[in-house]
Design a protein around this ligand. Sequence first.
Ligand code: FEO
Length: 385
Amino acid sequence: MYNNVTNDIFYIGVNDHHIDLFEGQYDVPNGMAYNSYVVMDEQITVFDTVDAHFGEVWLNNLKEVLGDKTPDYLIVQHMEPDHSANILAFANAYPDAKIVGNAKTFTMINQFFGHDFTYRRVVVKDGETLSTGNHTFTFVFAPMVHWPEVMLTYDSTDKVLFSADAFGKFGALDVEEDWACEARRYYFGIVGKYGMMVQKLLKKAAGLDIQTICPLHGPILDSNLGYYLDLYNTWSSYGVESEGTLICYTSVYGNTKKAVELLAAKLEAEGCPKVVVNDLARCDMAEAVEDAFRYGKIILATTTYNGDIFPFMREFIADLAERGYQNRKIGLIENGTWGPTAAKIMRTSLEKGKNITFAEPVVTIKSAMTKENEEEIAALAKEMK
Ligand code: FEO
């Protein structure tokens, strides 16, 4: 399977519908795509390989485009194995081709494969170019988007940005689905911690005339690029994307859940533009994390448990803190039959984030809601609508 991206650029990636968990943790109900490209020029360039399970399919895709020609370069933009696993297979199939990367790339190649192609490698620096005839490629280093060796490549001839993991999403390419939903879950799951590095990359990209973005996951983006760039700017600057209030909760016997249901109803009655509720024990955690970065207001409700907070809430808050959670207003509801301490623990875990404010009142339920709790929840809804 291959398609033209431009007259000279061909898609040679693969769809994975057998994957269990992407990167060992993310559910991908619509599979995953590992993209790879070949640029047919006087000298032929391949961009990245694919996951270990698809080496043969990928090499066949490449061969179909090449016909009786052979490639001159393999550009390695990212060494995570979903893209790098078939470097050796490529090198063995095409012994005259050169491997292109930066100094960090070759350190990692050595770590993964036990040698670093000393006699057939091209080590590039940030901003350096490689000309293959008609095409000139400029390497744009993007450390920590998503690993330190990551570099993107700009083709000034066809005005294509090969963007590595940036602008990628979960989901195979033979499944139709909304881009933003799975791109947001992917972004906050995988590179959410490195917003500042993504901001640096966007500043570099702003200086380029880009007509097409070729990421290593997800569809090729060739129209309405402002939409995707704006979303990346919002996400990486920890901005609020959508109006509304998110409630994330855990409940052991249903009493905290009842409080959350009342809160959701009160928020709606107050005219809150959108109320989203996630039961952290049952929802996809990565979905809850992306929601937390999507909306500007979040209410957390959980029980005191073993002198701490309920495990799913603990994991959720750790996921947020790890990704630099900031610029948000947070409401708290705690439940505890004796000595409730959950609100204090949640507050302490989140208050170090930049521009985090907490709503009043903090609602403390002792086992089951009282009339007074109902009034507090109504007041909280007013404050967080
Ligand atoms: Fe798609 Fe960071 O690998």
